[in-house]
Design a binder for this molecule. Structure first.
Ligand code: FAD
Length: 300
């Protein structure tokens, strides 16, 4: 059995759960022994125009993941699949299905116009028109990328993010033990984008709507978190969303709320004006280093 966690997956169901969120379910090889932890990220590989399935290099006989990735990078650019990061929203071990929620950013709204379409990307274009039978590939998930919450190290949990973080926040809060105190502050376009979570935790959700003022996704969140009255006691914070917004939130928590850096798990999920193919900026690299240094000490 190869160690390279790459496989084709096929769409079995597509639903538009809100105007800007497509919930897509997949079947495929390897979903019988799929690792299940909340906030489970994986890479999805999207076919290029004219391809019915993403082109993948063969898995080396020795299962060397690095050599597979080198072969992937060596594919001609116009044939190499686009690779994007997503979160497993849910996994059904009985039916061997995994479900991913795709934010339809840019011009792809259910009844909307196309004026912002140029700012969208290939993953979103694919998700906006996906149909049963369509084929992608997945790379992962891998246990190395699990971000377990260090439960028990703080009196309460703070989740803050934009809609790209909704699948992760949903999977995390739904797995919280009964009675865990948690506050989630989530930015979405408008009330139609809100979701409901089923959880045993003592969860309060504050929705932040950017329609009616904020310049773009992620812009409304920092002010909303700044204005939040925090519950008493120590906090562990989980932050994800637009990279600059996450940076601002983190600075606020550390400098203005006195939160210990080690009590913050953070990830920039996307970058304004940059695609996931664009190279990391100096800030991205510095944060990647900091993220490793500030990684939570305790494990769930
Ligand atoms: C660990 C991780 C988990 C993630 N999980 C999810 C998930 O479960 N669901 C999900 O929808 N996304 C998730 N994301 C975010 C997703 O990977 C990015 O939004 C990605 O850029 C989308 O790819 P694309 O091809 O549509 O756009 P790209 O080609 O990467 O970017 C094209 C343009 O779109 C802009 N852009 C990208 N994303 C957004 C956005 N959300 N809003 C506005 N503009 C945007 C970029 O700035 C760029 O200008 C996750 C990211 C990470 C790192």
């Amino acid at each position: 059995m190869a160690d390279v966690p790459v496989a084709l997956i096929h769409v079995t169901d597509v639903r538009r759960i809100t105007p800007r969120m497509a919930r897509i379910t997949f079947a495929g090889d390897g979903l019988d022994a799929f690792p299940t932890w909340p906030d489970q990220q994986l890479k999805l590989l999207f076919p290029r125009p004219g391809q019915s399935a993403p082109r993948l290099p063969d898995v080396p006989a020795d299962g060397d993941a690095m050599r597979w990735y080198q072969a992937f990078c060596a594919l001609p650019e116009d044939e190499r699949p686009w690779m994007r990061s997503y979160t497993v929203r849910s996994y059904d071990p009985d039916r061997q299905r995994l479900t991913v929620d795709f934010v339809l950013h840019g011009g792809f709204v259910l009844h909307g116009g196309a004026e912002a379409e140029a700012t969208t990307g290939p993953a979103t274009r694919w998700a906006a028109t996906a149909a049963v039978g369509d084929t992608l590939a997945r790379y992962g998930p891998a246990a190395d990328y699990a971000r377990p919450l260090p439960l028990g190290t703080a009196d309460w949990l703070l989740f803050a993010g934009d809609e790209t973080a909704l699948p992760a926040i949903g999977s995390l809060v739904e797995a919280l033990p009964p009675g865990t105190r948690a506050l989630a502050c989530i930015e979405v376009a408008n009330p139609a984008e809100e979701q409901r979570f089923t959880t045993a935790a003592d969860l309060t959700v504050r929705w932040v709507h950017r329609d009616g003022g904020a310049a773009g996704p992620g812009d409304a969140l920092p002010a909303a978190v700044r204005a939040l009255p925090f519950p008493s006691g120590s906090v562990f914070a989980w932050l994800a969303g637009e990279a600059g917004t996450v940076r601002t939130l983190r600075r606020h928590l550390v400098e203005e709320r006195g939160v210990d850096k080690r009590q913050i798990d953070f990830a920039g999920y996307w970058r304004r004006r940059l695609t996931q193919d664009d190279a990391p900026t100096a800030e991205d690299l510095a944060e990647a280093r900091e993220r490793i240094e500030a990684a939570p000490t305790a494990q769930q």
